[in-house]
Design a protein around this ligand. Structure first.
Ligand code: 13P
Length: 287
């Protein structure tokens, strides 16, 4: 059974640790993350971007696959299936498809429109018992080879969105998606502290978890971050392990071309990455 992210994040905030959101791309990805969470007795959030949802043949395919996998693999730790950076339409589709958690990213709208749309989704999600993540201050990243630095959210706007009754809030604090450029100045803890002061107990979400140094992750958690998103790091680990397998000519030995063999090192690499993050975030044995 899938659960909303509300309870796991409330516990994380109170216990001063964070729950990882790991984005999924296919069956192997999902299986590797679920098995690691179960093995380490950690709560987990599976993130699905709109692009990944499309790639996996639609949100219904994803929701049905994840639900069946949780059952067949006898996963007992709390698992939330979460739409990552959803549009308004995408959010509606995921609610219908059976996701247990939704992110509506209205950060590119003017604050009034972000408020209006977030408010409507708060009502729907509350009725259905789903968690809802909202975003203020867009999170930068690589687009067409250009790496934009992350924006910083306005703490007053964060409060306006938090007061609508969302479950958790993503706020830009200089974090970006993908690899951090060499000249990245680091997370803005002063901004994070002012946001925390305004929004109080609301669990905060740190996007762009790939490549943030361990000490910064720990400081962010101490300032109210209870959910950390990781995507690129699993992709890099998967690609590196797969490349090594092919470069070593393993696909040419015996039945090494069998996808169950060819994709195995990549899956193991995802597991190792997820484990490392769960250790750093402090979510092990918190299921
Ligand atoms: P990274 O790809 O940088 O880990 O970011 C993931 C993320 O924030 C998904 O929303």
């Amino acid at each position: 059974m899938l659960v909303s992210a509300k309870e796991m994040l409330t516990k994380a905030r109170e216990g001063k640790y964070a729950v990882g959101q790991f984005n999924i791309n296919n069956l192997e990805w999902t299986k590797a993350i679920l098995q690691t969470a179960q093995e380490l007795n950690s709560p987990v959030i599976l993130g699905v971007s709109e692009g990944a949802g499309k790639y996996m043949c639609g949100f219904k395919t994803v929701a049905d696959m994840v639900k069946a996998m949780v059952e067949e693999l006898k996963i007992t730790v709390p698992v939330a299936l979460h739409l990552d950076h959803g549009s308004y339409e995408g959010a509606k589709k995921c609610i219908e498809a059976g996701f247990s958690s939704i992110m509506f990213d209205g950060s590119h709208y003017a604050i009034e429109e972000n408020i209006e749309k977030t408010k409507e989704l708060v009502e729907t999600c509350n009725k259905l018992g789903l968690s809802l993540e909202a975003e203020v201050g867009s999170i930068g990243g690589e687009e067409d080879g250009v790496v934009g630095l992350g924006e910083c959210a306005d703490p007053a706007e964060c409060k306006m969105i938090a007061d609508l009754g969302v479950t958790m809030l993503a706020a830009g604090i200089g974090n970006i998606h993908g690899k951090y450029p060499a000249n990245w100045p680091g997370l803005r803890f002063d901004v994070l502290a002012s946001i925390k002061e305004k929004v109080g107990d609301m669990p905060l979400v740190l996007h762009g978890g790939t490549g943030i140094p361990a000490e910064m992750i720990k400081e962010a958690i101490s300032l109210g971050v209870a959910k950390i998103n990781v995507n690129t790091e699993c992709q890099l680990a998967f690609a590196e392990a797969t490349r090594k397998y092919i470069e070593a000519g393993k696909d040419l030995e015996g039945k090494g071309f069998d996808p169950r063999k060819l994709l195995a090192p990549g899956a193991e690499a995802i597991k190792a990455t997820v484990k490392e993050k769960m250790e750093l975030f402090g979510s092990i044995n918190k299921a």
